[in-house]
Design a binder for this molecule. Sequence first.
Ligand code: BGC
Length: 246
Amino acid sequence: MTGTAIGIDIGGSGIKGAPVDLATGTLAGERKRLVTPSPATPKAVAATVAQLLEELNVEGAVGITLPAVVMHGVARTAANIDKDWIGTDAGELLAKATGRAVSVVNDADAAGIAEVKFGAGKDRSGVVLMLTLGTGIGSALFVNGELVPNTELGHLHLHHGDAEEYAADSAREREDLSWEQYAHRLDQYLKLVHGLFWPDLIIIGGGISKKSEKYLPLIDVDVEVVPAKLLNEAGIIGAAMQAPVV
Ligand code: BGC
């Protein structure tokens, strides 16, 4: 991949974007962030994305993430975003609002795409699983570098509910868990996922990947587990890598 595209990462609290150098997987200009509107309806988010692009003031195609299953541009779920997204043709909505060629992908898939190409999963074959721990748990599954899109492993059943309710970073914050307590929960989640998918490598992404020394030493699942390398930029970089070629 060569050239530049713009990546935009839509999250629960912020909408972040930057131009990305597709050959190196690094930001090619200033990164900007706007607060996610509340409620984060499709219309309100589309207006914020348009504003962010104006502020970035860079031409080019745009790849955009959503924390949802996205099939052919249409959002199909909305676990941690406004329910109005379900059934919305996000590709069409965001292309109209911005006047640009746009593609829309799941946020964890985007982060995984970047991490596998440029980060902790680089040059790794076999089954690689990226898990993003944030408000929810996102997943991106790769087989020899090829993504199996829209896996939703944060919604596996663990302790009478969605695993993400129990083991996402938001659970640690909400319940004021110590790192030991949180690591115990994460360990149970990773053992569940490991027993179902038997990956060769698990990459932990999301904001929490920066603090991996607090919990990774306490994890004893029988597979290599490493923190993501691209940290918070993975979503932006992966989104840009998925931008339509114009
Ligand atoms: C959503 C996923 C998303 C993940 C991380 C989950 O609740 O269902 O689509 O990737 O949160 O944002």
